[in-house]
Design a protein around this ligand. Structure first.
Ligand code: HEC
Length: 147
C-alpha cells in the first residue's frame, strides 16, 4: 500500500521532469505557435500585438492577443476562434478545439508588451565579419637571373 504510493509519486515525478525538459518548448505551445503563424498572424500580427498586414484591409482592428489577461473567458475566445465573429473568420473547418486551446496557451506565454516568445530560440549570431582581405603584397620579384 505504502509502496504503491511511492511508486505513483516516482512515476508522476518522471512525467513532470519530461514535460519540463530545458531548452525545448512544451509540444502544445509549439503546435499553437505553428497554427498561429499559419492562420492568425496575417491579421493579429506576427508578434500577436494586432498589427498584421491583412488587418488594415478589414477596416476594424484585429485585437492584440499576446500575453494579455484574457478579456473574455476562454470558452468565449474558443467560440470566436472556431465560429468567427464580425470580420474574423471561423476556423472550425481548419482545426479542432484542441488546437485552438494550444494557440491560446501559446498566446498567453507571449510577452504582452513586445510579443516576445519565451520558447523562441535566441536569435542566431550574425555571421562573423569576413576578415578584411589582406593587402596583396606585390608579387615577389623574379629571382635575378644568374649569369
Ligand atoms: C481576417 C483577419 C483575422 C484572422 C485571420 C484572425 N482573426 Fe482573430 N480577430 C479578428 C478581428 C477583426 C477580431 C475582432 C472581432 C470582433 O469582436 O468583432 C478578432 C478577434 C479575435 C479574438 C477575440 C479577442 C478578444 O478581445 O477577446 C481572438 C481570441 C482571436 N481573434 C483569435 C484568433 C486566432 C487564434 C486566429 C487564428 C486561428 C485568428 N484570430 C485569426 C481578425 C482576424
Amino acid at each position: 500500500m505504502r509502496r504503491t504510493a511511492v511508486m505513483g509519486w516516482l512515476a508522476l515525478g518522471g512525467a513532470v521532469a519530461r514535460a519540463e525538459m530545458p531548452g525545448k518548448a512544451p509540444p502544445d505551445r509549439e503546435r499553437g505557435r505553428d497554427v498561429y503563424a499559419r492562420d492568425c498572424a496575417a491579421c493579429h500580427g506576427p508578434t500577436a500585438l494586432g498589427e498584421g498586414p491583412a488587418a488594415a484591409a478589414l477596416g476594424v482592428p484585429a485585437p492584440p492577443l499576446a500575453g494579455r489577461a484574457p478579456v473574455r473567458a476562454e470558452a468565449e475566445q474558443l467560440r470566436i476562434i472556431l465560429d468567427g465573429q464580425g470580420a474574423m473568420p471561423g476556423y472550425a473547418a481548419v482545426f479542432d478545439e484542441a488546437d485552438a486551446r494550444k494557440v491560446l496557451l501559446w498566446l498567453r506565454a507571449l510577452d504582452p508588451a513586445t510579443g516576445a516568445d519565451p520558447d523562441a530560440k535566441p536569435p542566431a549570431k550574425p555571421p562573423a565579419k569576413p576578415p578584411a582581405t589582406p593587402p596583396t603584397s606585390p608579387p615577389a620579384a623574379p629571382p635575378a637571373k644568374a649569369g
